[in-house]
Design a protein around this ligand. Sequence first.
Ligand SMILES: [Zn+2]
Ligand SMILES: [Zn+2]
Length: 361
Amino acid sequence: MHEIIVNLHMHTRYSDGSGTHKDIAQAAMQTGLDAVIVTDHNVLVQGVEGYYRFARDPSTPLRTSRVLLLVGQEVHDQDRDPQKNHLLVFNANRDLSTLADDPQTLINGVRDAGGICFMAHPKDPEAPAFHETDISWEDWSVQNYTGIELWNGLSELKTIVPTKLHGLFYAFFPQFIGHHPIPETLSRWDELLSHGRPVVAIGGSDAHAMHMRMGPLQRVIFPYLFHFKTVNTHVFIPESLTGDVSTDKKMIYDALAAGHCFVAYDLPASTRGFTFKAKGLGQSAIMGDTLPAKGGVTLQAHLPARAEIHMIKDGQRISVWKNSQVCTHTATEPGVYRVEVYRNYLGKKRGWIYSNPIYVR
Ligand SMILES: [Zn+2]
Ligand SMILES: [Zn+2]
């Protein structure tokens, strides 16, 4: 398996972002990402998908580097008040925004169009100081979606800006924003997992590169470059990216659909190298896979550096390893097992890694 770093969920001038697809590709390359997935609101932008190549160093123009830019969309019903139920749609063969008024019809449409979908910012509270309304996911009766966006950079910001002054502070010091996914989203995920079917977690930046004006102050806040260093989705694909768009696109979307990925906060330190695997009787599994419980299953997580590892089974914390780089747990009974990793950064314990589960049945 080959690990690639993907930043997904972001906006350009085609909706409410300030940059172009090329700006995004350039920022992604500068940050060392392998791929980005752009998701403008209610529009499937055509003709921009592909590999973008940039000179790595102006003095040696032949040394180029590339980044894969894919295009999905974020669909919601613009006539609904408030505008809840945002859905991230990837790999669909057509624009699905006309189905926005009913979430289940939309999800069925995504499946019919060969796509996968994730509930965007499932909990997205109001931020009255900025006249921002609550745009959480509301319709929890829906079926057949792929998963949820566990950690969304912007939703989290809305939880920590009770006043305009707080907003101003984070605009200038965005490295203090990231703490962990919103706790209600984490517990909602565990609840959904308890219903017995896989629910894939992804992390989205929701990057807009917004222009801010406050009196004499003008600034692009949370530029793409910053977002791409923060909440990423690390994806495991069967072989390294080939450079062929359709081959690589298929590998990435197949892996996301299978949950072969983890949610990472890469700002404190790179999470590259994290693995969570399991071995059973003659079978092995990675995140997203299922193994039979019979005969026992050994679960093991490896970190790229020492940190605090929590093993979660069916939503319950069953073990904590402090200051460790490896942890092992022997599972003798069925359950949904996942790992959370925390480390200290800027004076606080912050979430660093949220694995997708291994399903022991
Ligand atoms: Zn949204
Ligand atoms: Zn968005």
